[in-house]
Structures are given as structure tokens and as C-alpha cells.
Design a protein around this ligand. Structure first.
Ligand SMILES: Nc1ncnc2c1ncn2[C@@H]1O[C@H](COP(=O)(O)OP(=O)(O)OP(=O)(O)O)[C@@H](O)[C@H]1O
Ligand SMILES: [Mg+2]
Length: 256
């Protein structure tokens, strides 16, 4: 078995609402292994984005600990590549200036940063757009810039929060195939939040499902498909069965 790159050990999290504390996670324990592709699904408000904010250290647990690459640190933002739920490209910065941001923050020399960004933009099909602004780009292109920014953090763990939710079906499909190709090439570990069960099945090794509140345990499904994946693989009987089970689990949560 490969090593755990991310581990939650008995993590509890609460937030304040007017005068009371509300429990969102209760002694949650899970592990993600090196090179895995994990999708996280669950009803709106079930705590998916909060898991990511805890991993980055933007929120802190009330008890328990979070280990990244075997280490426990209060500030974990530099240890992971994070693509938040809203596209956070800065409208006043060019595509080049947006992409270079994580390298600026890390204090990488201008020359070195330039090389990495130019190479990244080329690989991500964005050459020629260096001097454009985010408003000049299509949704899919903006997602690629945002994803490149997470990759340039240099981390072995990428957290992608609903990266493709705003895209039309065809663009989404080509982005999914592109993401799988990038993942296979780079060998990073990906945690991917989505509301789309088909997307989770097509991309992931395992799917985590948030079904209760507070979250005490993640339900887990191991996707029964070999790689490389094809769309027709989604129609295999064991995959359709899993899809039905996942939808059922999400429905149970909604009817609580
Ligand atoms: N710091 C906080 N202050 C107030 N409420 C919070 C805080 N953190 C989380 N919450 C609440 O916890 C719940 C879970 O939020 P979260 O954003 O993690 O949900 P989600 O599963 O990502 O939902 P969606 O699918 O809509 O993005 C929400 O009800 C949210 O309002
Ligand atoms: Mg969310």
C-alpha cells in the first residue's frame, strides 16, 4: 500500500451561528494515499468546501489533527495546491500575472517564475493569452488558468472545489479528459468536489460521500473501472449499479 499523503485524525469542527455552536464534523477520520484521485460528493451545505478549508488551514479544527505528507502544521496553505469554489482570478491582472501569483508568494526569482509560467501556459493550451485579462477568456480557459495556478504551487496534493460546475456538457467532458491526462502525467494526488455523480465515477479511484450531519464518517465507494477510462465504461452494469447507490445515498441525506 502506498503512503498516506493526507490524514484526518479525529477531526472535529464547529462554527458559530448567532449564540450557539453548530457541529459540522465530529471525530472524523480518513486517509488519502499517494497518487489517488478522490471525489467528494454530498448535498449542498454538507461540509465539502469546509473539508478543503480545514486542509488548507483557512479554518482550524476544534480538536484532532490534520497531517499532510506526514507533518502536522497550523498553516497548510503552502503545502497544497488549492482551487477554491469561486474562480478567484483577479480581473485586474493579466493571465500571466494571475498564473505567476503562487510563485511570487513563494519568493521564486522572476526569471525562474517566468520560465515555469510560460511552460505551464503552453502545456495548458493558453499560449498567446499571456497579456489578456480573465474577462477575455471562455469559462473553460479560465478554469485552466485557475488549475495551472494550483499546479504551480508545486504541491503533490491538489484540492479542486467544483472546478467544472459552470461549464456546458461538452466543455466539461473535454476538461475532464484533459484533467485525467494531466493527473496521469504528473502523478499528483487529487481531491475533487463535485455534485455530478457521473463526473465522480468517470474520474475517481474512490468517492467519499458526506451523508450525515455532523459528519462522523465518510461513506466510501471504490469505483469498479480500469484505466484508461472511457465514457462507455460508465454504462457497465457494476458502474450503473454504483451510480444508483450513490444517488440513493444523496437522496437519503436530502430527506433528513
Ligand atoms: N466559518 C463558518 N461560519 C459560518 N458557517 C459556516 C462556517 N463554515 C461552514 N459553515 C456552514 O457549514 C455548512 C457547510 O458549508 P460548506 O461550504 O462546507 O458546504 P458545501 O458542502 O461545500 O456546500 P455546497 O455544495 O453548496 O458548496 C454550511 O451550512 C455553512 O454555512
Ligand atoms: Mg462548497
Amino acid at each position: 500500500m502506498s503512503k498516506a499523503v493526507l490524514e484526518f485524525k479525529d477531526v472535529s469542527f464547529q462554527y458559530q451561528e448567532t449564540d450557539k455552536s453548530i457541529d459540522l464534523l465530529d471525530s472524523l477520520h480518513f486517509r488519502v494515499f499517494d497518487g489517488e484521485f478522490i471525489s467528494i460528493i454530498g448535498a449542498s451545505g454538507s461540509g465539502k468546501s469546509t473539508l478543503f478549508r480545514l486542509i488548507t488551514g483557512l479554518e482550524q479544527p476544534v480538536s484532532g489533527s490534520i497531517h499532510i505528507n506526514g507533518e502536522q502544521r497550523p498553516n497548510r496553505l503552502g503545502s497544497v495546491g488549492y482551487m477554491p469554489q469561486q474562480d478567484l482570478l483577479m480581473p485586474w491582472r493579466t493571465i500571466y500575472e494571475n498564473a505567476v501569483l503562487p510563485l511570487e508568494i513563494k519568493g521564486v526569482s522572476k526569471q525562474d517564475a517566468h520560465q515555469q509560467v510560460v511552460k505551464g501556459l503552453k502545456e495548458f493550451g493558453l499560449s498567446g493569452y499571456e497579456q489578456n485579462y480573465p474577462s477575455d477568456l471562455s469559462g473553460g480557459m479560465k478554469q485552466r488558468v485557475s488549475f495551472l495556478r494550483a499546479v504551480l504551487s508545486g504541491s503533490n496534493i491538489l484540492l479542486l472545489d467544483e472546478p467544472f460546475s459552470a461549464l456546458d456538457a461538452m466543455t466539461k467532458l473535454s476538461m475532464q479528459e484533459w484533467l485525467l491526462a494531466q493527473w496521469e502525467k504528473r502523478g499528483q494526488t487529487i481531491l475533487f468536489i463535485t455534485h455530478d455523480v457521473n463526473e465522480a465515477l468517470f474520474l475517481s479511484d474512490r468517492i467519499f460521500i458526506l451523508t450525515e450531519r455532523p459528519v462522523k464518517q465518510l461513506k466510501e465507494a471504490v469505483v469498479p473501472m480500469n484505466r484508461p477510462r472511457t465514457l462507455s465504461g460508465l454504462h457497465a452494469p457494476e458502474v450503473t449499479k454504483m451510480k444508483e447507490q450513490l444517488i440513493e445515498q444523496l437522496r437519503e441525506r436530502i430527506s433528513l
